[in-house]
Design a protein around this ligand. Sequence first.
Ligand code: HEM
Ligand SMILES: *[C@@H]1O[C@H](CO)[C@@H](O)[C@H](O)[C@H]1NC(C)=O
Length: 326
Amino acid sequence: MAPTSSTIHRFPQLPLLLLLLLLVSATALASRGHLSPTFYSSTCPDLRRTVRSAMAEAVRQNPRNAAFLLRLFFHDCFVNGCDGSIFLDSTPAFASEKFAIPNNNSARGFELIDAIKARVEAACPATVSCADVLALATQEGVDLLGGPTWTVELGRRDSRAAFQAAADEEIPLAFDDLKELVARFRAKGLSARDMTALSGAHTIGQAQCFTFATRVHEARNIDADFAARRRKNCPASGSDALAPLDSRTPYRFDNAFYRELVAKRGLLHSDQELFNGGSQDARVRRYSTDAAAFSRDFAAAMVKMGALRPSPGTKGEIRLKCNRIN
Ligand code: HEM
Ligand SMILES: *[C@@H]1O[C@H](CO)[C@@H](O)[C@H](O)[C@H]1NC(C)=O
């Protein structure tokens, strides 16, 4: 309702109220933050090069480092948005997300992020958030393994708390079925298509036997030779023995993961759920033959996941050390 002169006459304070309302919503928008690829271009012009050279060394030492960070990015963004909350150690005020069920003895790469952050701090003190360092390093890691590139949006701020209970409840599990997986991504504003594309991250890296033991010992929708091969190094009771998520090209970021799914060689139950007679079958088939379609959708979904924001009203900070608040 536009204020007419007669309403203004009856409520002389109305224009002031409207102005106040405008101001309040403007600050709300500002604190939510607008991400931009050029956020640090004047305050830290060499940021990208600094992160890239650190990642190039790390991936040369161990290509799995790229997988560690990609998974950390996912597990950070799914818990109160991409706010670096996953990096925080426990304090009397909160329990670390590192010990949440999906992360405990499984999420890795924390020392690598600390090392990259230290280099960034040396070049641009107290300027770049840990959440942004992770977003940039993740993209470089994917790129270094031959995956798609995308423009990393920047300007995130680091949380002043960790959210272990949310990590327990909101991060998907290998035992989830398709319906559950779709619901968990939907709860973050990500579509089934985003989910299926993002799951292509499992074209790199390794999983521990306890995450796939039930599948290779009991499942029926699995290639028999593949299951037998995986059982050799993985007792039914589970262990921490490793197997590649994509047996064909474990450290090439390609679309072979989807070809494995079509051949019923998905390692995790949750992976094979994407191609098990359900709503994502056609998309998996498409990605398995059309690498460009996968690259496009993966890149777009990474930007979307990377834009998940912390709860409104939290200002955050630029953390100096990623494992503790300032
Ligand atoms: C769709 C739901 C998902 C489930 C249920 C899931 C579950 C898992 C599990 C159980 C592992 C093995 C962890 C271990 O044994 O230590 C794993 C590894 C991995 N996940 Fe996912 N994941 C999902 C989606 C994603 C997404 C969206 C990404 C990133 C965009 C991602 C990136 C990775 C990477 C890179 C690894 C390998 C890490 C390593 O080598 O240590 N995952 N995932
Ligand atoms: C995490 O794993 C360690 C070592 O296996 C275990 O002792 C601890 O209880 C686990 N923490 C939580 C919170 O489950």
